[in-house]
Structure formats: structure tokens, C-alpha cells
Design a protein around this ligand. Structure first.
Ligand SMILES: Cc1ncc(COP(=O)(O)O)c(C=O)c1O
Length: 352
């Protein structure tokens, strides 16, 4: 790949020009003024949460039906994760439940745009404005996803205080290793985040605060820059394949195909069905060599590390039901109609 050879010849492996070019391009795609590349999607959540300077007992509201990093980042930024349940159809945060969970200690919310479809950001932002809360969008699975708000399209990461993107290899825009980016409209926040990702210093050997090493490698930026022009077509191809599955799986009593909020353009990072026969279906698909995955088998309020938060099974019934019923079928831009037919046939046998 010539772009990689160029980086190797230049030997500017850290903070090379490609990083700044990628930051600009991804910010633009996300409708944001600034992009700050960092080492992972996890750090893209952690760094803006750190900026909030959370004090012991400060609360950050999120959902328990997400990848661990969402709540892990809240914890590592000294916040107390406060879980609220999800909406059954979308798997995304239930904004009515968020409102009920706000206390005088609430400082922020982390809505997750799960599986590639945006949470209802217009409602999240209205609530945040009313209560003076920061909003860190977990857009790790939703780069390029958009939602119609107020008559126009708004991108994942555009409206929150900051948005966190992941370039984990399996993501719609995947690097050849770990990587992430924070997007924001706020120039002051962007400046602060740039410092935090390089040990808190804008100038070398001068540290205004304690940051960390969370940079994106120039080689990864070069890979991502080469892929980025294709992202729109790849996500459209995922949508086509999702529509094909949904048509082919219609009419099965024991199966629910993904619901797309009419305001959303989904990027189908995952195509996630639900069925009470999930475990049997997973076994059948696996026996036939068809890859499938359970995201996520244990909701975060039931993880051992959050035991001290005091939640029991039954606390968040929709999240727990989703954890028992959700199964993600193979979806990627190159997935052939024949492969999809094999998947559909196996699903029909179990769920008919
Ligand atoms: C919802 C969600 N949040 C956060 C992350 C963390 O991203 P990363 O794996 O790049 O640290 C991921 C990806 O794995 C994710 O799916």
C-alpha cells in the first residue's frame, strides 16, 4: 500500500501529517468542527469524561446494554455509572428513564448509538440543556450514522458535548489495530483534549495537567484515510443486505427483525435479531459454520466489577431480555446473496 510505504520512508510514525488529515476528514463527516485522534474508542470516551473533573459520588447516566467500555470509561474517570433501561425496539437508551434518574449529583449522560443507529439525540440534548448536563455520545458503532432532527440530518457525534468513535478493526471504518477519535464543536474542549492525549502538555516538556499517552499511529491514520472514501458505499451496502435479511425473515412468529427508527439512517454495524430461541439458533448456525455473535450476553449492571452498585437481576428488564434474546447475524458489505440465503434457511428452521 503506497500510503503506508510513504509513512515508513518518512519515519514520522507518531503524529504524522496523516493524523491531522484524518482528524479533519472525520470531523467533517461527523458534522463536527474538530477531531482529536486517540488510541482507541475507549479513550475517546475516557478523555472527554476526564475533562468533566468528576468528584467522588458524581453520577453519569448510561445504559447497561452496551459494550463494557461505555461504563468502564465512566468509572475510570471517577464517575459513578447510573444505569437506565433501554427501549425494547431500538436497544437504545430510554430517554424517559433517563429523566427519572437525574439527581443533583448527575453531571453527564452517555447515550450509546447501539448497533449503528442513533439514539434520539433531540430528546437527549433537550434534557441535557434543562439540567445543565454534558453529553458524551458513544458513537463507537455509529460513524456516519445520521438522524433527521428539526428538518435536517444530524450526524452521530454532531450534537453532543463530544462524540467518541472507534476504529477497532471490525467497525464500519476499521483500522489495522486499535484507534479512536473524539469529535466536538467546542474549540476550547478540543484544545484541552489534544493536550490530554499527549501527557497534558501543549509544549514539549511543559505539563499544565496530567494527561496520558493516547495517540493514533500515523500508519493507522494512513490506513483509515485510504478506507474513508469508501465508507458511505460500504454502509449503504450493509443497509441493502439488512433489507434483504428483513424481507427474507418476515412472518416468523418467534423472531423479531431489527427496528429502524423512521428518523434514522442506520449504518448496520450489526444486524441484530431477537428470538426467545436464541441459544438454539446460535448453536444451529455455529454447527453450519455460519458466524454469529451475542452482543451482549451480560448487561453491565450484573457484571461482577459493578457489584457494589447494588443492582440485582430484574433491575433493568428490557436490557436483560435483550441480553437473553439478541443475536447478530453476519453482515458486511461483500456478503453475497447466496451466503445470506444459507443464513436465512438456518434461521427459518429454528424460528418457524
Ligand atoms: C459501544 C462501544 N463503546 C465503546 C467501544 C470501545 O472502542 P475500542 O474497542 O476502540 O476501545 C466499543 C468498541 O469496541 C463499542 O462498541
Amino acid at each position: 500500500m503506497p500510503a503506508l510505504l510513504e509513512v515508513i520512508e518518512r519515519q514520522q510514525f507518531i503524529m504524522g501529517d496523516e493524523v491531522a488529515r484524518l482528524e479533519q476528514a472525520v470531523a467533517e463527516l461527523s458534522g463536527a468542527a474538530h477531531g482529536i485522534a486517540c488510541a482507541s474508542g475507549t479513550d475517546a470516551l475516557l478523555l472527554p469524561l476526564k475533562v468533566l473533573d468528576l468528584q467522588p459520588g458524581d453520577e453519569v447516566i448510561t445504559t447497561p446494554f452496551t459494550f463494557f467500555a461505555t461504563a468502564g470509561a465512566i468509572w475510570n474517570a471517577a464517575g459513578r455509572p447510573v444505569f437506565v433501561d433501554i427501549e425494547r425496539r431500538s436497544f437504545n437508551i430510554d430517554v424517559t428513564a433517563v429523566e427519572a434518574a437525574i439527581t443533583p449529583r448527575t453531571r453527564a449522560m452517555v447515550p450509546v448509538h447501539l448497533f449503528g443507529q442513533m439514539a434520539p439525540m433531540e430528546r437527549v440534548m433537550a434534557l441535557a440543556a434543562r439540567h445543565g448536563l454534558a453529553v458524551i455520545e458513544d458513537a463507537a458503532q455509529a460513524i456516519g450514522a445520521r438522524r433527521q432532527i428539526g428538518g435536517g440530518w444530524r450526524m452521530a457525534g454532531e450534537l453532543g458535548t463530544a462524540g467518541a468513535l472507534s476504529f477497532f478493526p471490525s467497525k464500519n471504518l476499521g483500522a489495522w489495530g486499535d484507534g479512536g477519535m473524539i469529535v466536538t464543536q467546542d474549540a476550547v474542549l478540543a484544545e484541552r483534549l489534544r493536550k490530554l492525549r499527549t501527557h497534558g502538555g501543549a509544549k514539549q516538556y511543559h505539563h499544565e495537567e496530567v494527561g496520558t499517552n493516547s495517540r493514533l499511529d500515523t500508519l493507522q491514520a494512513a490506513v483509515l484515510l485510504a478506507k474513508l472514501p469508501h465508507l458511505g458505499a460500504w454502509s449503504a451496502a450493509r443497509r441493502e443486505r439488512a433489507a434483504r435479511y428483513t424481507a427474507a425473515l418476515a412472518g416468523l412468529d418467534a423472531l423479531t427483525t431489527p427496528w429502524v427508527d423512521p428518523a434514522n439512517e442506520h449504518i448496520f454495524h450489526q444486524y441484530t435479531i431477537r428470538t426467545p430461541r436464541r441459544d438454539a439458533l446460535r448453536q444451529r448456525l455455529t454447527e453450519r459454520g455460519i458466524g454469529c455473535a451475542v452482543y451482549y450476553p451480560t448487561p453491565l449492571h450484573l457484571q461482577p466489577c459493578f457489584r457494589d452498585l447494588g443492582h440485582r437481576a430484574g433491575a433493568f428488564p428490557e436490557s436483560e431480555r435483550a441480553a437473553a434474546e439478541a443475536l447478530s447475524l453476519p453482515i458486511y458489505p461483500e456478503l453475497s446473496p447466496e451466503s445470506q440465503e444459507r443464513v436465512v434457511a438456518a434461521v427459518r428452521e429454528i424460528c418457524a
